[in-house]
Design a protein around this ligand. Structure first.
Ligand SMILES: C[S@@+](CC[C@H](N)C(=O)[O-])C[C@H]1O[C@@H](n2cnc3c(N)ncnc32)[C@H](O)[C@@H]1O
Length: 261
């Protein structure tokens, strides 16, 4: 039986079972955001911790201000700005809240299609727009083109009806040099060989969108990470065939005009 699961038909059968299980669990949870927040999100706490550590180390590796050492005044005097982080499909906001604690200088926004999830997430919001939540669709994000430093997402990608449209929109809101880290359950999400098509549908060079297996033990191996890099010299308006950003709001006070270069 275990050997059968390693063959191509075995892998397909396991994937079908996983998709069925996922639709049952989430089918039951989705109308009931409270049920998800209470019983399912806590199960994924270790994932959120891992993602938070990954995000902090990505930002530190890029020399961005992640330690919270500078005060708002210091940042202004030094010409710095708060990092803008967006959690797409944020659910009840557990990851966004953890990121906000770890990265006190960042401004974090969560977006989710479900108003009831966003209602729950808003209980974790903090003043001044440092941690905020709103309803929104990954295929039409309520943020300006080139306004976000880092997009993160957990367990949401396999729900997006059109992954190409989602990645296109994520690429649109990323500033040049920005990155997106999209984590999902390996058994139910996009497979690596589908990625070139998804990149083409998103209007991105195929080399920009990568599929990465997570290292770090049996728990990590349940997940994959999709990584989207926006080239630093890429003009924001060219990245998405559907550049729809005009008129959208930025994460509150994350950046001021002229700072997103
Ligand atoms: C399994 S939950 C994950 C929630 C949270 N990220 C977590 O890790 O606990 C999937 C979430 O994706 C949201 N979602 C599904 N399709 C979406 C879309 N097109 N745009 C934005 N969010 C979406 C759902 O409403 C749901 O809250």
């Amino acid at each position: 039986m275990a050997l059968f699961a390693l063959t191509p038909p075995g892998r397909r059968a396991v994937r079908r079972l996983a998709l069925l299980f996922d639709s049952r669990v989430e089918g039951a949870a989705e109308p009931n955001a409270r049920g998800y927040a209470r019983f399912i999100a806590p199960v994924f706490r270790r994932l959120y911790e891992r993602v938070t550590a990954d995000v902090a180390s990505e930002l530190a590796g890029r020399g961005d201000n992640v330690g919270g050492s500078a005060s708002g005044d210091d940042r202004e005097a030094g010409g710095g700005r708060a990092l803008a982080i967006l959690d797409v499909g944020c659910g009840p906001g557990d990851l966004a809240a953890m990121l906000s604690e770890r990265l006190p200088e960042a401004r974090i926004a969560g977006v989710d299609l479900s108003p009831s999830m966003v209602e729950l997430a808003k209980r974790k919001a903090t003043g001044g727009g440092r941690l905020s939540f709103e309803v929104g669709d990954v295929a039409s994000l309520p943020f300006e083109t080139g306004s976000i430093d880092l997009v993160v997402s957990t367990l949401s990608l396999h729900h997006w009806p059109d992954a190409g449209a989602g990645f296109s929109e994520i690429a649109r809101v990323l500033r040049p040099g920005g990155i997106a880290l999209v984590y999902d359950l390996r058994l139910v999400t996009l497979e690596a060989d589908a990625l070139p098509d998804v990149a083409r549908q998103a209007g991105l060079p195929t080399s920009r969108l990568r599929h990465e297996r997570l290292r770090g033990g049996p728990l990590a191996s349940l997940f994959v990470r999709f990584r989207l890099d926006r080239a630093a010299d890429e003009p924001a308006a060219d990245v998405s065939p559907a550049a729809r950003g005009a008129g959208h709001a930025r994460i509150p006070a994350a950046v001021t005009p002229g700072e997103v270069a």
